[in-house]
Design a protein around this ligand. Structure first.
Ligand SMILES: [Zn+2]
Length: 165
């Protein structure tokens, strides 16, 4: 952001208490661009005996992640993630548990991740390029974004993969 959204003057960097922020160059304005992280809701969707991973349009071919999206005004996180599940994979979901909150510093986001059980037939949403249904035994976390929630969910259900007797 280069210009103040309140008055249109230039924004300039200013360092206070060790943090550099963009502030409005007009002294009568006082606008500070805080650039606060944005909350994102995500769902580890269990459907039958599988976990659903999705690839958003515009992502590289091999990238898959959890169903996720931004909240809309007036929504609770729980309502928002169930709406996203409906939009992205066409399923009716119910929240089983909250998995955790994860900073996604590269994207300036905070991910709120839920375990959701979903019912019905998968219908791939308009924003989605692909859906993969992965048995939990084959599910592996990735070290970015919603992958941390996958790691914690797998750990809570007893570790990675089947136990070898
Ligand atoms: Zn201003």
């Amino acid at each position: 952001m280069k210009f103040c959204p309140a008055c249109g003057s230039a924004l300039v960097p200013s360092t206070q208490e060790g943090r550099t922020r963009l502030i409005c160059s007009s002294e009568s304005c006082g606008y500070i661009f805080h650039d606060n992280p944005v909350p994102v809701v995500a769902a580890l969707v269990e459907h039958g005996q599988t976990v659903l991973l999705v690839r958003n349009k515009g992502w590289p071919d091999k990238w898959y992640g959890l169903v996720s999206g931004f909240l809309e005004r007036g929504e609770t996180p729980e309502e928002g993630i169930l709406r996203e599940v409906k939009e992205e994979v066409g399923l009716r979901g119910e929240i089983i548990s909250f998995i955790g909150a994860y900073a996604f510093l590269e994207m300036n986001q905070v991910i709120l991740a839920y375990h959701v059980r979903a019912h019905g037939e998968i219908v791939v949403g308009e924003e989605i390029a692909g859906v993969k249904a992965v048995p939990p035994d084959k599910l592996r976390p990735w070290p970015l974004g919603t992958g941390h929630a996958v790691r914690d969910w797998l750990a809570a259900r007893g570790g990675l993969g089947p136990t070898v007797a």
